[in-house]
Design a binder for this molecule. Structure first.
Ligand code: CS2
Length: 496
């Protein structure tokens, strides 16, 4: 066996001809975008679009500097640095075809917890035009009761007192914007890439929430000068596995310590409002629109909700991956019926999109047998996902008199999952959730009080007070606890 070639600038020319690689001169690329939260998703999406743009010969001012704010980001920092910030994107088609492409748009990486001042300076640098974020649904520091910025978080209190040594993203953004204002520079755009409804509006509310605690004048300046475009971002990106690393070694003699795997489908719909200019991403497939809200609502309530429906029911049943669920006739039919009976009827029409076709495409995408998207990834952080992906559909149907049975079975199965941390056979499930303990406590009490899981207010709000929901949930919870083989209930709901 050949010794694999380490991925770095020097070795690019030696790579197999079957690997697409950057042809632009990376040494001329400067940082126009600082991105906080470089994981698989950013690397399959924004960095991918930006690489296409640089490849097309567009201005070299749009390179990306990654930022990690937390200790777990250190592994990414180390690997990317070793590889001159290069990585391989492995695009897996449903028919088994695989495209491999080295992406060159990330040109630097900084750890905010090691050296906060350098990150602030990078954001405040005149070349930086955009700070984009993938900080997950849970990273926005929302007070669950009020929906406002959670000022009681100890890290927030720390950041208010220590403006130049922040821990959370809000402190970094605010301090960098202060520097820019004081130096007479224009404000950068703050661009959320997370799966949250009205992600730009929410980011604005949270950044202003923090800035007001620190400096009211600065908060007013931010309110006036910074734009926060809403965006819908879409590309299924499963967790990278050792077999993906081994695949590059065996097929291409390429040693990439952390490649990214994704599906061929890719979509980015962005509101065209940027404080300091933007890349011409529309030249490489992104869509700029006046109002992104109908697109994001459609994606969150169909794609993301569909993932959660399969993820939770599939986990309790004992499946491992999304494609496994979709290839089971009953699960596929349940998903289709969830779309047709509950999710789609309460969605606003999206201009130019045929909803039936969109739903069919989703099922095809989920069924891609080469993606093998793990249910543990889908269920990770469900306490921040379900209020965005699933609860709005339930609430809308409660007001309109529509069906809520399918979605409510998912919530009941989630209670079982949170209670047992195991599938129906007792095999343990990996549960990763900030609210894991409170969900567990609340779910455990189900045998004394059927509605106890709904008392986790930050997830369910006042949903338990709705009589129809409480009755349906109570029925579903009895069914699931009596018979944890969820397929029995799925079938009977579909037949009923
Ligand atoms: C998934 C998303 O995290 C989840 O629950 O639904 O990561 C999904 O794969 C992406 O939003 C696809 O664009």
């Amino acid at each position: 066996m050949n010794i694999p070639i380490s991925l770095n600038n020097k070795n690019l020319a030696q790579l197999s001809d079957d690997i697409v690689r950057p042809h632009y001169d990376r040494s001329c690329v400067t940082t126009g975008i600082v991105h906080v939260g470089i994981g698989g998703f950013h690397r399959s999406h924004e960095a991918f679009y930006t690489d296409l743009l640089l490849e097309s010969g567009a201005s070299s001012q749009w390179g990306i500097c990654g930022v990690g704010l937390r200790e777990p980001d250190r592994k990414m920092a180390k690997i990317l640095k070793q590889q001159d910030y290069l990585y391989t994107l492995i695009v897996k088609h449903p028919d088994g075809r695989i495209e491999t492409k080295v992406i060159g748009s990330i040109i630097d990486f900084m750890m905010g917890c090691d050296d906060p001042q350098s990150v602030i300076d990078r954001m405040a640098h005149p070349d930086t035009k955009i700070v984009s974020l993938t900080i997950t649904e849970g990273g926005y520091n929302i007070d669950a009761e009020t929906g406002d910025f959670d000022a009681s978080n100890p890290d927030v209190q720390h950041d208010v007192q220590n403006a130049t040594q922040p821990r959370l993203v809000f402190g970094f953004l605010t301090e960098a914007l202060r520097k820019r204002r004081d130096q007479g520079l224009e404000a950068f755009t703050i661009q959320s890439c997370d799966n949250i409804q009205h992600n730009g509006d929410l980011t604005r509310k949270m950044v202003l929430g923090f800035a007001k605690l620190q400096d009211k004048d600065l908060a007013n300046w931010i309110e006036r000068e910074v734009s926060f475009p809403n965006a819908m971002v879409d590309r299924i990106t499963p967790v990278t596995t050792q077999s993906d690393i081994d695949f590059l070694r065996s097929e291409f003699d390429l040693d990439d310590q952390w490649p990214v795997v994704c599906e061929p489908f890719c979509q980015w719909v962005i509101e065209d409002k940027f404080s300091a200019g933007r890349p011409e991403w529309q030249d490489v497939g992104a869509q700029f629109v006046g109002d992104v809200k109908p697109y994001e609502e459609m994606k969150l309530r169909l794609l993301n909700a569909g993932h959660s429906v399969l993820g939770i029911l599939g986990s309790v049943f004992g499946y491992q991956t999304i494609d496994e669920c979709v290839h089971d006739d009953l699960f596929r039919e349940f998903l289709k019926q969830f779309y047709d009976r509950e999710a789609a009827p309460v969605l606003d029409a999206v201009e130019g999109i045929d909803l039936d076709q969109y739903k069919a495409t989703l099922i095809e995408r989920f069924g891609n047998p080469n993606i093998r998207d793990n249910l543990a990834r889908i269920c990770l952080g469900s306490s921040s996902k379900l209020p965005v992906f699933l609860m709005p559909t339930i609430r809308k149907n409660l007001s309109s008199g529509g069906s809520i049975q399918l979605a409510t079975l998912v919530i009941a199965a989630w209670c079982y999952y949170s209670d047992r941390h195991a599938d129906r056979h007792g095999n343990s499930l990996e549960v990763t959730d900030e609210l894991k303990d409170s969900l567990h406590e609340a779910a455990k009490a189900t045998d004394q009080d059927r509605l106890s899981f709904l008392k986790v207010k930050s997830v369910f709000g006042d949903l338990a007070n709705n009589e129809r929901f409480a009755d349906t949930y109570s029925e579903m919870i009895q069914r699931v606890y009596r018979e944890p083989d969820v397929t029995k209930h799925m079938r009977s709901i579909l037949e009923g």
